[in-house]
Design a protein around this ligand. Structure first.
Ligand code: SER
Length: 597
Protein backbone atom coordinates (compact mmCIF):
# COMPACT_ATOMS: atom_id res chain seq x y z
CA UNK A 1 0.00 0.00 0.00
CA UNK A 2 1.36 3.40 -0.93
CA UNK A 3 1.31 6.28 1.58
CA UNK A 4 0.31 8.88 -0.99
CA UNK A 5 -0.17 12.58 -0.35
CA UNK A 6 -3.47 14.13 -1.33
CA UNK A 7 -1.90 15.70 -4.43
CA UNK A 8 -0.47 12.34 -5.48
CA UNK A 9 -3.77 10.53 -5.01
CA UNK A 10 -5.69 13.10 -7.06
CA UNK A 11 -3.17 12.86 -9.84
CA UNK A 12 -2.94 9.09 -9.77
CA UNK A 13 -6.70 8.64 -9.86
CA UNK A 14 -7.12 10.91 -12.87
CA UNK A 15 -4.13 9.37 -14.62
CA UNK A 16 -5.55 5.90 -14.14
CA UNK A 17 -8.94 6.77 -15.58
CA UNK A 18 -7.43 8.80 -18.40
CA UNK A 19 -5.47 5.66 -19.30
CA UNK A 20 -8.83 3.86 -19.51
CA UNK A 21 -10.22 6.34 -22.02
CA UNK A 22 -11.95 8.73 -19.62
CA UNK A 23 -12.11 12.47 -20.31
CA UNK A 24 -11.06 14.47 -17.25
CA UNK A 25 -13.66 17.13 -16.56
CA UNK A 26 -13.32 20.08 -14.15
CA UNK A 27 -14.98 20.24 -10.77
CA UNK A 28 -18.37 21.93 -11.05
CA UNK A 29 -19.47 24.75 -8.76
CA UNK A 30 -20.52 23.94 -5.20
CA UNK A 31 -23.82 25.69 -5.88
CA UNK A 32 -26.07 23.42 -7.95
CA UNK A 33 -27.33 24.74 -11.24
CA UNK A 34 -31.10 25.15 -11.45
CA UNK A 35 -31.79 22.55 -8.81
CA UNK A 36 -34.10 23.81 -6.10
CA UNK A 37 -33.99 20.58 -4.11
CA UNK A 38 -30.45 20.75 -2.73
CA UNK A 39 -28.35 23.60 -1.40
CA UNK A 40 -24.93 22.29 -2.36
CA UNK A 41 -23.28 19.85 -4.70
CA UNK A 42 -23.08 16.74 -2.56
CA UNK A 43 -21.49 14.23 -4.93
CA UNK A 44 -19.62 14.11 -8.21
CA UNK A 45 -22.72 12.78 -9.96
CA UNK A 46 -24.86 15.73 -9.03
CA UNK A 47 -23.78 18.08 -11.84
CA UNK A 48 -24.01 15.11 -14.21
CA UNK A 49 -27.68 14.28 -13.63
CA UNK A 50 -28.85 15.41 -17.10
CA UNK A 51 -26.26 13.13 -18.71
CA UNK A 52 -27.15 10.19 -16.50
CA UNK A 53 -30.72 10.71 -17.70
CA UNK A 54 -29.63 10.40 -21.32
CA UNK A 55 -28.45 13.75 -22.55
CA UNK A 56 -25.22 13.62 -24.54
CA UNK A 57 -22.15 14.88 -22.72
CA UNK A 58 -19.82 16.90 -24.93
CA UNK A 59 -16.75 15.10 -23.57
CA UNK A 60 -18.09 11.64 -24.33
CA UNK A 61 -19.35 8.63 -22.41
CA UNK A 62 -16.42 8.10 -20.05
CA UNK A 63 -15.70 10.84 -17.57
CA UNK A 64 -13.64 11.28 -14.42
CA UNK A 65 -12.92 14.16 -12.07
CA UNK A 66 -12.30 15.46 -8.60
CA UNK A 67 -15.43 17.26 -7.39
CA UNK A 68 -15.63 19.67 -4.46
CA UNK A 69 -18.61 18.72 -2.28
CA UNK A 70 -20.40 20.01 0.79
CA UNK A 71 -22.57 17.85 3.04
CA UNK A 72 -23.84 19.46 6.20
CA UNK A 73 -26.12 16.71 7.49
CA UNK A 74 -23.53 15.67 10.07
CA UNK A 75 -22.30 19.10 11.11
CA UNK A 76 -22.83 18.31 14.76
CA UNK A 77 -20.46 15.37 14.47
CA UNK A 78 -17.62 17.50 13.15
CA UNK A 79 -14.85 17.45 15.70
CA UNK A 80 -14.54 13.69 15.84
CA UNK A 81 -11.89 11.85 13.85
CA UNK A 82 -13.72 11.49 10.57
CA UNK A 83 -16.54 13.97 9.92
CA UNK A 84 -16.08 16.96 7.66
CA UNK A 85 -18.57 19.31 5.99
CA UNK A 86 -16.39 19.83 2.93
CA UNK A 87 -14.72 17.04 1.03
CA UNK A 88 -13.39 16.17 -2.38
CA UNK A 89 -14.83 13.23 -4.25
CA UNK A 90 -12.85 11.31 -6.82
CA UNK A 91 -15.25 9.87 -9.36
CA UNK A 92 -15.51 8.10 -12.68
CA UNK A 93 -18.59 7.72 -14.83
CA UNK A 94 -19.88 5.64 -17.64
CA UNK A 95 -22.80 7.28 -19.39
CA UNK A 96 -24.45 4.29 -20.98
CA UNK A 97 -21.06 2.85 -21.90
CA UNK A 98 -19.39 0.21 -19.68
CA UNK A 99 -21.31 -1.36 -16.82
CA UNK A 100 -20.67 -3.69 -13.89
CA UNK A 101 -17.90 -5.86 -15.30
CA UNK A 102 -15.56 -3.06 -16.38
CA UNK A 103 -16.42 -0.77 -13.47
CA UNK A 104 -15.47 -3.50 -11.02
CA UNK A 105 -12.36 -4.44 -13.00
CA UNK A 106 -11.21 -0.77 -12.94
CA UNK A 107 -11.89 -0.40 -9.23
CA UNK A 108 -10.09 -3.63 -8.42
CA UNK A 109 -7.07 -2.75 -10.54
CA UNK A 110 -6.74 0.76 -9.13
CA UNK A 111 -7.01 -0.46 -5.54
CA UNK A 112 -4.74 -3.48 -5.72
CA UNK A 113 -2.26 -3.14 -8.58
CA UNK A 114 1.27 -2.34 -7.32
CA UNK A 115 1.40 0.23 -10.08
CA UNK A 116 -1.49 2.11 -8.48
CA UNK A 117 -2.60 1.99 -4.81
CA UNK A 118 -1.21 -1.49 -4.18
CA UNK A 119 -3.59 -2.42 -1.34
CA UNK A 120 -3.31 -6.11 -0.40
CA UNK A 121 -6.33 -7.93 -1.76
CA UNK A 122 -6.97 -9.70 1.52
CA UNK A 123 -7.48 -6.43 3.37
CA UNK A 124 -10.42 -5.57 1.11
CA UNK A 125 -14.08 -6.41 1.71
CA UNK A 126 -17.03 -5.83 -0.58
CA UNK A 127 -20.76 -5.35 -0.22
CA UNK A 128 -23.42 -5.91 -2.89
CA UNK A 129 -27.15 -5.22 -3.03
CA UNK A 130 -29.26 -7.97 -1.43
CA UNK A 131 -32.33 -7.32 -3.60
CA UNK A 132 -35.90 -6.25 -2.82
CA UNK A 133 -39.17 -5.44 -4.58
CA UNK A 134 -37.53 -2.60 -6.54
CA UNK A 135 -34.49 -4.41 -7.90
CA UNK A 136 -33.05 -7.94 -7.88
CA UNK A 137 -30.14 -9.30 -5.83
CA UNK A 138 -26.85 -8.20 -7.40
CA UNK A 139 -25.17 -11.57 -7.84
CA UNK A 140 -23.40 -10.34 -10.93
CA UNK A 141 -21.26 -7.82 -9.01
CA UNK A 142 -20.25 -10.47 -6.49
CA UNK A 143 -19.24 -12.77 -9.33
CA UNK A 144 -17.15 -10.03 -10.91
CA UNK A 145 -15.29 -9.46 -7.63
CA UNK A 146 -14.69 -13.20 -7.33
CA UNK A 147 -13.39 -13.36 -10.89
CA UNK A 148 -10.51 -11.17 -9.64
CA UNK A 149 -9.69 -13.67 -6.91
CA UNK A 150 -11.76 -12.17 -4.08
CA UNK A 151 -12.79 -14.84 -1.61
CA UNK A 152 -16.53 -15.32 -1.13
CA UNK A 153 -16.11 -14.73 2.61
CA UNK A 154 -15.09 -11.15 1.84
CA UNK A 155 -18.39 -10.38 0.10
CA UNK A 156 -21.56 -9.35 1.94
CA UNK A 157 -25.06 -8.78 0.60
CA UNK A 158 -26.88 -5.89 2.26
CA UNK A 159 -30.20 -4.09 1.80
CA UNK A 160 -31.19 -0.69 0.47
CA UNK A 161 -29.99 1.16 3.53
CA UNK A 162 -26.41 0.20 2.70
CA UNK A 163 -26.23 -0.75 -0.95
CA UNK A 164 -28.42 1.65 -2.83
CA UNK A 165 -27.43 5.16 -3.79
CA UNK A 166 -29.43 8.15 -4.88
CA UNK A 167 -31.23 10.03 -6.05
CA UNK A 168 -29.27 13.11 -4.97
CA UNK A 169 -32.48 15.13 -4.62
CA UNK A 170 -36.09 13.97 -4.38
CA UNK A 171 -36.14 12.36 -7.80
CA UNK A 172 -33.63 11.28 -10.40
CA UNK A 173 -31.09 8.59 -11.26
CA UNK A 174 -30.23 5.98 -8.65
CA UNK A 175 -29.49 2.31 -8.32
CA UNK A 176 -27.85 -0.55 -6.44
CA UNK A 177 -24.21 -0.15 -5.54
CA UNK A 178 -21.24 -2.21 -4.59
CA UNK A 179 -18.98 -0.75 -1.93
CA UNK A 180 -15.34 -1.38 -1.15
CA UNK A 181 -14.03 -1.50 2.41
CA UNK A 182 -10.63 -1.82 3.96
CA UNK A 183 -10.01 -3.81 7.11
CA UNK A 184 -8.25 -1.44 9.52
CA UNK A 185 -6.92 -4.32 11.56
CA UNK A 186 -8.99 -3.45 14.64
CA UNK A 187 -10.50 -6.48 16.40
CA UNK A 188 -14.02 -7.48 15.33
CA UNK A 189 -16.65 -5.93 17.60
CA UNK A 190 -18.52 -9.24 17.92
CA UNK A 191 -19.58 -12.33 16.00
CA UNK A 192 -21.75 -10.24 13.67
CA UNK A 193 -19.07 -7.67 12.86
CA UNK A 194 -19.20 -6.86 9.16
CA UNK A 195 -18.86 -3.90 6.78
CA UNK A 196 -22.45 -3.10 7.78
CA UNK A 197 -21.45 -2.04 11.28
CA UNK A 198 -19.77 1.17 12.29
CA UNK A 199 -17.34 -0.11 14.89
CA UNK A 200 -14.42 1.12 12.81
CA UNK A 201 -12.98 -2.24 11.75
CA UNK A 202 -14.14 -1.80 8.16
CA UNK A 203 -13.86 1.58 6.46
CA UNK A 204 -15.62 2.28 3.20
CA UNK A 205 -13.28 3.69 0.63
CA UNK A 206 -15.12 3.58 -2.67
CA UNK A 207 -18.61 3.17 -4.01
CA UNK A 208 -19.57 1.97 -7.48
CA UNK A 209 -23.20 2.81 -8.17
CA UNK A 210 -25.02 1.14 -11.01
CA UNK A 211 -27.48 3.82 -11.96
CA UNK A 212 -30.12 2.13 -13.97
CA UNK A 213 -33.27 3.51 -12.35
CA UNK A 214 -35.00 6.85 -12.20
CA UNK A 215 -36.94 7.55 -9.02
CA UNK A 216 -40.13 9.36 -9.95
CA UNK A 217 -42.00 11.96 -7.91
CA UNK A 218 -44.56 9.32 -6.90
CA UNK A 219 -41.84 7.04 -5.55
CA UNK A 220 -41.54 4.51 -8.38
CA UNK A 221 -38.24 3.19 -9.72
CA UNK A 222 -38.49 3.14 -13.49
CA UNK A 223 -35.67 1.75 -15.64
CA UNK A 224 -33.48 4.39 -17.24
CA UNK A 225 -32.96 4.44 -20.98
CA UNK A 226 -29.25 3.93 -20.42
CA UNK A 227 -27.30 2.00 -17.80
CA UNK A 228 -24.74 4.20 -16.07
CA UNK A 229 -21.91 3.81 -13.64
CA UNK A 230 -21.31 6.49 -11.01
CA UNK A 231 -18.45 6.01 -8.60
CA UNK A 232 -17.22 8.03 -5.68
CA UNK A 233 -14.13 7.83 -3.51
CA UNK A 234 -13.62 10.29 -0.66
CA UNK A 235 -10.17 11.81 -1.07
CA UNK A 236 -9.48 12.71 2.58
CA UNK A 237 -10.67 9.39 3.86
CA UNK A 238 -8.64 7.40 1.36
CA UNK A 239 -5.38 9.22 2.06
CA UNK A 240 -6.07 8.78 5.77
CA UNK A 241 -6.12 5.02 5.21
CA UNK A 242 -3.15 5.05 2.85
CA UNK A 243 -1.11 7.17 5.26
CA UNK A 244 -2.08 4.87 8.15
CA UNK A 245 -3.55 7.75 10.17
CA UNK A 246 -6.33 7.53 12.72
CA UNK A 247 -8.04 10.70 11.58
CA UNK A 248 -8.49 12.66 8.37
CA UNK A 249 -7.29 15.66 10.36
CA UNK A 250 -3.89 13.97 10.73
CA UNK A 251 -3.34 13.85 6.96
CA UNK A 252 -1.43 16.32 4.84
CA UNK A 253 -4.54 18.26 3.74
CA UNK A 254 -4.89 19.70 7.23
CA UNK A 255 -1.24 20.06 8.26
CA UNK A 256 -0.84 23.73 7.27
CA UNK A 257 -4.27 24.70 8.55
CA UNK A 258 -3.82 23.11 11.98
CA UNK A 259 -0.34 24.63 12.30
CA UNK A 260 -1.84 28.06 11.71
CA UNK A 261 -4.49 27.49 14.37
CA UNK A 262 -1.72 26.43 16.78
CA UNK A 263 0.23 29.63 16.06
CA UNK A 264 -2.83 31.80 16.59
CA UNK A 265 -3.95 30.11 19.79
CA UNK A 266 -0.62 29.22 21.33
CA UNK A 267 -2.09 25.77 21.96
CA UNK A 268 -1.27 22.40 20.44
CA UNK A 269 -3.58 20.18 18.37
CA UNK A 270 -3.80 17.09 20.53
CA UNK A 271 -3.18 18.88 23.86
CA UNK A 272 -6.43 17.48 25.25
CA UNK A 273 -9.69 16.17 23.75
CA UNK A 274 -11.53 19.52 23.96
CA UNK A 275 -8.69 21.39 22.30
CA UNK A 276 -8.39 18.77 19.59
CA UNK A 277 -12.09 19.02 18.90
CA UNK A 278 -11.96 22.82 18.70
CA UNK A 279 -8.99 22.67 16.30
CA UNK A 280 -10.88 20.27 14.06
CA UNK A 281 -14.09 22.29 14.05
CA UNK A 282 -12.24 25.49 13.16
CA UNK A 283 -10.21 23.72 10.47
CA UNK A 284 -13.23 22.04 8.91
CA UNK A 285 -15.60 25.00 9.06
CA UNK A 286 -13.08 27.52 7.77
CA UNK A 287 -12.11 25.15 4.96
CA UNK A 288 -15.75 24.74 3.98
CA UNK A 289 -16.50 28.47 4.31
CA UNK A 290 -13.45 29.32 2.22
CA UNK A 291 -14.64 27.04 -0.57
CA UNK A 292 -18.20 28.41 -0.46
CA UNK A 293 -17.01 32.04 -0.45
CA UNK A 294 -14.38 31.30 -3.07
CA UNK A 295 -16.69 29.40 -5.40
CA UNK A 296 -17.25 30.59 -8.96
CA UNK A 297 -20.80 31.31 -7.86
CA UNK A 298 -19.61 32.73 -4.55
CA UNK A 299 -22.30 33.02 -1.93
CA UNK A 300 -22.05 35.46 0.98
CA UNK A 301 -23.37 35.00 4.53
CA UNK A 302 -27.09 35.65 4.94
CA UNK A 303 -30.14 34.28 6.69
CA UNK A 304 -31.35 32.06 3.89
CA UNK A 305 -30.26 29.01 1.97
CA UNK A 306 -26.56 28.59 1.22
CA UNK A 307 -25.79 31.95 2.83
CA UNK A 308 -27.34 30.71 6.05
CA UNK A 309 -25.23 27.55 6.08
CA UNK A 310 -22.17 29.68 5.46
CA UNK A 311 -23.12 31.99 8.33
CA UNK A 312 -23.50 29.04 10.67
CA UNK A 313 -20.15 27.60 9.66
CA UNK A 314 -18.33 30.89 10.19
CA UNK A 315 -20.05 31.65 13.48
CA UNK A 316 -19.42 28.20 14.81
CA UNK A 317 -15.75 28.52 13.87
CA UNK A 318 -15.61 31.90 15.66
CA UNK A 319 -17.10 30.36 18.78
CA UNK A 320 -14.46 27.66 18.93
CA UNK A 321 -11.73 30.17 18.09
CA UNK A 322 -12.84 32.26 21.07
CA UNK A 323 -12.68 29.17 23.22
CA UNK A 324 -9.07 28.63 22.21
CA UNK A 325 -8.26 32.24 23.01
CA UNK A 326 -7.66 33.15 19.37
CA UNK A 327 -7.94 36.93 18.89
CA UNK A 328 -10.84 38.39 16.89
CA UNK A 329 -10.54 38.73 13.12
CA UNK A 330 -8.21 35.74 12.92
CA UNK A 331 -10.18 33.35 10.76
CA UNK A 332 -8.75 35.14 7.75
CA UNK A 333 -5.35 33.68 8.62
CA UNK A 334 -6.78 30.18 8.79
CA UNK A 335 -8.51 30.79 5.45
CA UNK A 336 -5.19 31.85 3.92
CA UNK A 337 -3.73 28.52 4.98
CA UNK A 338 -6.67 26.76 3.29
CA UNK A 339 -6.12 28.77 0.11
CA UNK A 340 -2.40 27.93 0.14
CA UNK A 341 -3.22 24.23 0.50
CA UNK A 342 -5.74 24.08 -2.33
CA UNK A 343 -5.12 26.93 -4.77
CA UNK A 344 -3.22 24.87 -7.30
CA UNK A 345 -6.13 22.49 -7.77
CA UNK A 346 -8.84 25.13 -7.26
CA UNK A 347 -7.44 28.40 -8.67
CA UNK A 348 -10.77 30.14 -8.02
CA UNK A 349 -9.70 30.33 -4.37
CA UNK A 350 -6.79 32.63 -5.26
CA UNK A 351 -8.90 34.59 -7.72
CA UNK A 352 -11.51 35.21 -5.06
CA UNK A 353 -9.14 35.61 -2.13
CA UNK A 354 -10.21 39.20 -1.50
CA UNK A 355 -13.85 38.26 -1.28
CA UNK A 356 -13.08 35.33 1.03
CA UNK A 357 -11.09 37.45 3.46
CA UNK A 358 -13.41 40.47 3.36
CA UNK A 359 -16.55 38.43 3.95
CA UNK A 360 -14.99 36.40 6.75
CA UNK A 361 -13.92 39.58 8.51
CA UNK A 362 -17.32 41.19 8.03
CA UNK A 363 -19.16 38.18 9.37
CA UNK A 364 -16.83 37.95 12.36
CA UNK A 365 -17.53 41.59 13.09
CA UNK A 366 -21.29 41.12 12.84
CA UNK A 367 -21.10 38.11 15.09
CA UNK A 368 -19.02 40.00 17.67
CA UNK A 369 -21.72 42.66 17.81
CA UNK A 370 -24.34 39.93 18.26
CA UNK A 371 -22.39 38.41 21.09
CA UNK A 372 -21.90 41.72 22.86
CA UNK A 373 -25.59 42.52 22.60
CA UNK A 374 -26.51 38.99 23.66
CA UNK A 375 -24.32 39.31 26.74
CA UNK A 376 -26.11 42.50 27.74
CA UNK A 377 -29.47 40.81 27.24
CA UNK A 378 -28.32 37.80 29.23
CA UNK A 379 -27.39 40.07 32.12
CA UNK A 380 -30.80 41.73 32.02
CA UNK A 381 -32.42 38.32 31.98
CA UNK A 382 -30.31 37.22 34.91
CA UNK A 383 -31.25 40.26 36.96
CA UNK A 384 -34.93 39.48 36.48
CA UNK A 385 -34.52 35.84 37.41
CA UNK A 386 -36.13 34.58 40.58
CA UNK A 387 -35.07 30.93 40.47
CA UNK A 388 -31.97 29.21 39.17
CA UNK A 389 -33.27 28.13 35.79
CA UNK A 390 -33.14 30.03 32.51
CA UNK A 391 -36.36 28.82 30.90
CA UNK A 392 -36.47 27.58 27.32
CA UNK A 393 -38.61 30.43 26.02
CA UNK A 394 -36.16 33.06 27.30
CA UNK A 395 -33.18 31.20 25.87
CA UNK A 396 -35.03 30.93 22.60
CA UNK A 397 -35.78 34.64 22.61
CA UNK A 398 -32.06 35.39 23.03
CA UNK A 399 -31.41 33.17 20.04
CA UNK A 400 -34.31 34.25 17.88
CA UNK A 401 -34.23 37.98 18.51
CA UNK A 402 -30.53 38.57 19.08
CA UNK A 403 -28.96 35.59 17.30
CA UNK A 404 -27.30 34.58 20.57
CA UNK A 405 -26.30 30.91 20.29
CA UNK A 406 -27.94 28.55 22.75
CA UNK A 407 -24.51 27.12 23.64
CA UNK A 408 -23.48 30.57 24.85
CA UNK A 409 -26.57 30.85 26.99
CA UNK A 410 -25.90 27.43 28.49
CA UNK A 411 -22.24 28.22 29.12
CA UNK A 412 -23.05 31.57 30.74
CA UNK A 413 -25.73 29.93 32.82
CA UNK A 414 -23.21 27.37 33.99
CA UNK A 415 -20.59 30.01 34.83
CA UNK A 416 -23.16 31.89 36.89
CA UNK A 417 -24.31 28.85 38.80
CA UNK A 418 -27.58 28.65 36.89
CA UNK A 419 -29.15 26.02 34.71
CA UNK A 420 -30.45 26.32 31.18
CA UNK A 421 -33.60 24.49 30.15
CA UNK A 422 -32.29 22.85 26.97
CA UNK A 423 -35.40 20.80 26.46
CA UNK A 424 -37.62 23.84 26.74
CA UNK A 425 -35.41 25.64 24.25
CA UNK A 426 -35.71 22.78 21.79
CA UNK A 427 -39.47 22.78 22.15
CA UNK A 428 -39.64 26.53 21.53
CA UNK A 429 -37.34 26.08 18.55
CA UNK A 430 -39.49 23.30 17.10
CA UNK A 431 -42.64 25.31 17.53
CA UNK A 432 -41.03 28.20 15.73
CA UNK A 433 -40.05 25.93 12.84
CA UNK A 434 -43.55 24.58 12.53
CA UNK A 435 -44.90 28.10 12.38
CA UNK A 436 -42.30 29.37 9.94
CA UNK A 437 -42.43 26.37 7.64
CA UNK A 438 -39.49 24.83 5.84
CA UNK A 439 -36.79 27.47 5.91
CA UNK A 440 -33.12 26.98 5.37
CA UNK A 441 -32.86 25.67 8.90
CA UNK A 442 -34.75 22.58 7.85
CA UNK A 443 -32.95 22.14 4.59
CA UNK A 444 -29.68 22.54 6.44
CA UNK A 445 -29.84 19.05 7.87
CA UNK A 446 -30.78 16.90 4.98
CA UNK A 447 -29.97 19.32 2.22
CA UNK A 448 -33.29 18.54 0.63
CA UNK A 449 -36.23 20.77 -0.02
CA UNK A 450 -39.66 19.42 0.65
CA UNK A 451 -42.38 18.83 -1.86
CA UNK A 452 -45.32 20.01 0.14
CA UNK A 453 -48.43 21.62 -1.27
CA UNK A 454 -46.89 25.02 -0.57
CA UNK A 455 -43.86 24.29 -2.69
CA UNK A 456 -46.03 22.83 -5.45
CA UNK A 457 -48.11 26.03 -5.51
CA UNK A 458 -44.98 28.18 -5.59
CA UNK A 459 -43.63 26.03 -8.38
CA UNK A 460 -46.72 26.72 -10.49
CA UNK A 461 -46.43 30.40 -9.58
CA UNK A 462 -42.85 30.30 -10.86
CA UNK A 463 -44.08 29.12 -14.25
CA UNK A 464 -46.67 31.86 -14.39
CA UNK A 465 -44.04 34.41 -13.38
CA UNK A 466 -41.64 33.18 -16.05
CA UNK A 467 -44.32 33.49 -18.73
CA UNK A 468 -45.43 36.92 -17.49
CA UNK A 469 -41.85 38.22 -17.45
CA UNK A 470 -41.44 37.20 -21.08
CA UNK A 471 -44.68 38.90 -21.95
CA UNK A 472 -43.76 42.16 -20.23
CA UNK A 473 -39.99 42.30 -20.80
CA UNK A 474 -39.62 40.27 -23.98
CA UNK A 475 -38.33 36.87 -24.96
CA UNK A 476 -34.76 37.67 -24.00
CA UNK A 477 -35.87 36.69 -20.50
CA UNK A 478 -34.60 33.20 -19.78
CA UNK A 479 -34.49 31.28 -16.57
CA UNK A 480 -31.10 31.30 -14.89
CA UNK A 481 -32.03 29.70 -11.61
CA UNK A 482 -34.96 28.79 -9.44
CA UNK A 483 -35.17 28.07 -5.77
CA UNK A 484 -38.30 27.37 -3.80
CA UNK A 485 -38.87 27.04 -0.08
CA UNK A 486 -42.22 26.64 1.63
CA UNK A 487 -42.41 30.40 2.12
CA UNK A 488 -41.32 31.95 -1.11
CA UNK A 489 -40.06 31.47 -4.62
CA UNK A 490 -36.87 32.93 -5.96
CA UNK A 491 -36.39 33.23 -9.69
CA UNK A 492 -33.23 34.35 -11.51
CA UNK A 493 -33.50 35.38 -15.14
CA UNK A 494 -31.47 37.04 -17.83
CA UNK A 495 -32.27 40.71 -18.20
CA UNK A 496 -29.84 43.60 -18.46
CA UNK A 497 -31.36 46.23 -16.19
CA UNK A 498 -33.45 46.90 -13.14
CA UNK A 499 -37.18 46.46 -13.74
CA UNK A 500 -39.35 49.57 -13.60
CA UNK A 501 -41.98 49.67 -10.89
CA UNK A 502 -44.81 49.61 -13.47
CA UNK A 503 -43.26 46.51 -15.11
CA UNK A 504 -43.15 44.72 -11.77
CA UNK A 505 -46.81 45.56 -11.14
CA UNK A 506 -47.80 44.43 -14.63
CA UNK A 507 -46.05 41.08 -14.15
CA UNK A 508 -47.81 40.66 -10.85
CA UNK A 509 -51.14 41.55 -12.44
CA UNK A 510 -50.68 38.97 -15.21
CA UNK A 511 -49.86 36.22 -12.74
CA UNK A 512 -52.89 37.09 -10.61
CA UNK A 513 -55.05 37.13 -13.70
CA UNK A 514 -54.04 33.52 -14.45
CA UNK A 515 -54.74 32.59 -10.84
CA UNK A 516 -58.16 34.20 -10.87
CA UNK A 517 -59.01 32.41 -14.11
CA UNK A 518 -58.88 29.13 -12.15
CA UNK A 519 -57.17 27.12 -14.90
CA UNK A 520 -56.37 23.40 -14.56
CA UNK A 521 -52.65 22.62 -14.71
CA UNK A 522 -51.99 19.95 -17.33
CA UNK A 523 -49.02 17.60 -17.39
CA UNK A 524 -48.04 15.74 -20.58
CA UNK A 525 -45.03 13.67 -21.53
CA UNK A 526 -43.49 14.17 -24.96
CA UNK A 527 -40.21 14.23 -26.84
CA UNK A 528 -37.98 17.29 -26.59
CA UNK A 529 -38.66 18.00 -30.29
CA UNK A 530 -42.40 17.92 -29.77
CA UNK A 531 -42.09 20.19 -26.73
CA UNK A 532 -40.08 22.68 -28.76
CA UNK A 533 -42.58 22.50 -31.59
CA UNK A 534 -45.38 23.29 -29.19
CA UNK A 535 -43.49 26.36 -28.03
CA UNK A 536 -42.71 25.10 -24.53
CA UNK A 537 -40.04 27.06 -22.72
CA UNK A 538 -37.59 25.63 -20.23
CA UNK A 539 -34.10 24.33 -20.05
CA UNK A 540 -33.93 22.16 -23.14
CA UNK A 541 -30.21 22.09 -23.49
CA UNK A 542 -28.81 21.19 -20.18
CA UNK A 543 -31.13 19.20 -18.07
CA UNK A 544 -33.41 16.52 -19.32
CA UNK A 545 -33.54 13.26 -21.19
CA UNK A 546 -35.35 12.61 -24.43
CA UNK A 547 -38.84 12.31 -23.08
CA UNK A 548 -39.78 15.27 -20.99
CA UNK A 549 -42.69 16.35 -18.87
CA UNK A 550 -44.39 19.50 -20.03
CA UNK A 551 -46.57 21.39 -17.58
CA UNK A 552 -49.09 23.79 -19.10
CA UNK A 553 -51.42 26.36 -17.75
CA UNK A 554 -53.38 26.61 -21.00
CA UNK A 555 -53.49 30.15 -22.28
CA UNK A 556 -50.74 31.29 -19.93
CA UNK A 557 -47.70 29.06 -19.75
CA UNK A 558 -46.12 25.91 -21.18
CA UNK A 559 -42.87 24.76 -19.70
CA UNK A 560 -40.64 21.72 -19.50
CA UNK A 561 -40.39 20.75 -15.88
CA UNK A 562 -40.17 17.82 -13.48
CA UNK A 563 -42.99 19.07 -11.24
CA UNK A 564 -44.73 18.72 -8.87
CA UNK A 565 -47.37 21.42 -9.40
CA UNK A 566 -50.71 22.60 -8.08
CA UNK A 567 -53.64 21.07 -9.93
CA UNK A 568 -55.52 24.33 -10.53
CA UNK A 569 -54.21 27.90 -10.49
CA UNK A 570 -57.03 28.93 -8.16
CA UNK A 571 -55.14 27.11 -5.39
CA UNK A 572 -52.42 29.74 -5.54
CA UNK A 573 -54.28 32.52 -3.71
CA UNK A 574 -52.70 35.89 -4.40
CA UNK A 575 -49.26 36.46 -5.89
CA UNK A 576 -46.94 39.24 -4.75
CA UNK A 577 -43.43 40.19 -5.85
CA UNK A 578 -41.59 41.22 -2.71
CA UNK A 579 -38.19 41.98 -4.19
CA UNK A 580 -36.52 42.66 -7.52
CA UNK A 581 -32.77 42.93 -7.38
CA UNK A 582 -29.56 42.19 -9.22
CA UNK A 583 -28.26 38.65 -8.92
CA UNK A 584 -25.10 38.92 -11.02
CA UNK A 585 -24.07 40.70 -14.21
CA UNK A 586 -27.00 40.55 -16.65
CA UNK A 587 -29.10 38.46 -14.28
CA UNK A 588 -31.99 39.77 -12.18
CA UNK A 589 -33.57 38.06 -9.20
CA UNK A 590 -37.17 38.14 -8.11
CA UNK A 591 -38.50 36.94 -4.80
CA UNK A 592 -42.22 36.42 -4.57
CA UNK A 593 -44.76 34.97 -2.18
CA UNK A 594 -48.30 33.65 -2.29
CA UNK A 595 -50.91 34.91 0.13
CA UNK A 596 -54.06 33.12 1.08
CA UNK A 597 -57.07 34.63 -0.56
N1 SER B 1 -22.83 9.07 -5.82
C1 SER B 1 -22.19 8.07 -5.05
C2 SER B 1 -21.79 8.53 -3.68
O1 SER B 1 -21.91 9.70 -3.38
C3 SER B 1 -20.99 7.58 -5.78
O2 SER B 1 -20.26 8.68 -6.19
O3 SER B 1 -21.37 7.73 -2.90
Amino acid sequence: MKALTSAELRQMYLEFFASKGHAIIPSASLIPENDPTVLFTTAGMHPLVPYLLGEKHPEGKRLANVQKCVRTGDIDEVGDASHCTFFEMLGNWSLGDYFKEEAIAYSFEFLTSPEWLGIEKDRLYFTCFAGDEDAPKDIESAQHWMSHGVDESHIYFLGKKHNWWGPAGMTGPCGPDTEMFIDTGLPACGPDCSPACSCGKYLEIWNDVFMQYNKTADGRFEPLAQKNVDTGMGLDRTICILQGKKSVYDTDVFTGVLARIAELSGKGYGDDPDTTRAFRIIADHVRCATFILGDEKGVTPSNVDQGYVLRRLIRRAVRYALRLGIPEQSLQHVARAVIAQYCEVYPELSRNENRIITELNLEEERFSRTIRQGLREFEKLQSRLTGKIIDGASAFRLYDTFGFPIEFTLELAHENGLEGDTKGFEEAFKKHQEVSGAGAEQRFKGGLADTTEETARLHTATHLLHAALRKVLGNEVEQRGSNITAERLRFDFSFPRKMEEHEIREVERLVNEAIEAGVDVVCEEMSVEEAKKQGAIGLFESKYGNIVKVYSVPGYSKEICGGPHASNTAELGRFEIVKEQSSSAGVRRIKAVLHEK
